[in-house]
Write a protein that binds this ligand. Structure first.
Ligand code: UTP
Length: 282
């Protein structure tokens, strides 16, 4: 059973400057809720209750958000505004939060390795809160947890992107006919990963299937990450570590049901805002 969800949230968020100069990117709100809270709610829906957050300098607002504010509670007590705090109160009451700091921002792979101290020797989920996912029915992480229970290996959520955008993502090559050979079921939308490349140019991309910010990882990933040299952009890349697992046939690419917004970019952020506004006001 997967219980823990890791949230790497130490990045600088340079694409969103100057907003992210003093405010963590993960605390930017879509409507009235910070991105990270959407991520935590998705993890809870998937049955996880232990949240592990990798933070960095200037990210203290994250810890304050997932803690009780007695002054505020006092202020809204008995007023109509109390309902605004209902969701976050429930989250605080039902989950545990633990934090560790990434001292040097050496990439997503390094951030995940930094989280080892909070995760230990068990399979775990990873949510990049700036990739906001939504599905009317079952949430994306819940879909992946269900798949993990069946196949017990690392899983990456993938989505088709235009070829011109492959250089923004980790991109996978998959076996097109997974169902028969590995006993996968057709409707699982699960494919064996045969290759992975971090941020390939369109001409070098093995496909247009991009990894988005949802992973389930088996704990052997930590040992692999310890030996992973800096890759693209001089950063320690989770894609490079996952390739080692993929070579042993131990990574599944999952074509998820639902929508995904890249809220680390202004365009994606605006699209998410409009989407959730329409959804909540229809
Ligand atoms: P991004 O590359 O999207 O995040 O990393 P960034 O570096 O914050 O953003 P830009 O490109 O400068 O605008 C994906 C995720 O990995 C985390 C980020 O916080 C984000 O959630 N991350 C990245 C870390 O925690 N540590 C790192 O060293 C790098």
């Amino acid at each position: 059973m997967i219980k823990k969800c890791l949230f790497p949230a130490a990045g600088y968020g340079t694409r969103f400057l100057p907003a992210t100069k003093a405010i963590p990117k993960e605390m930017l709100p879509i409507l009235n809720k910070p991105l990270l809270q959407y991520g935590v709610e998705e993890a809870i829906e998937a049955g996880l209750n232990t949240m592990a957050v990798v933070t960095g300098r200037g990210k203290r607002a994250i810890e304050d958000h997932f803690d009780t504010s007695y002054e505020l509670e006092q202020q809204v007590k008995g007023t109509s505004k109390e309902r605004y705090l209902e969701e976050i109160r429930k989250i605080i009451a039902n989950c545990t939060f633990s934090y560790t700091r990434q001292i040097e921002m050496k990439g997503l792979g390094h951030a995940i390795l930094t989280g080892e101290t909070l995760i230990g020797e068990e399979p775990f989920a990873v949510i990049l809160a700036d990739d906001l996912c939504n599905n009317e029915d079952v949430g994306v992480l819940a879909q992946m947890v269900k798949l993990y229970e069946k196949y017990k290996c690392s899983i990456v959520a993938v989505e088709e992107v235009p070829y011109k955008d492959t250089n923004k993502y980790g991109v996978v090559a998959i076996e097109e006919q997974p169902a028969l050979k590995y006993g996968f079921q057709e409707d699982d939308n699960a494919f064996k990963v045969t290759d992975m490349v971090e941020k390939p140019s369109p001409q070098d991309a093995p496909s247009n299937l991009a990894i988005i910010g949802r992973y389930i990882l088996t704990p052997d990933i930590f040992d692999i990450l310890r030996d992973t040299k800096p890759g693209k952009g001089g950063e320690i890349q989770i894609t490079d570590a996952l390739l080692q697992q993929a070579k042993q046939g131990k990574v599944i690419a999952y074509k998820f049901q639902g929508k995904r917004f890249d809220c680390g970019s202004v365009d994606g952020f605006v699209a998410a805002t409009n989407y959730f506004y329409d959804k909540n006001h229809s």
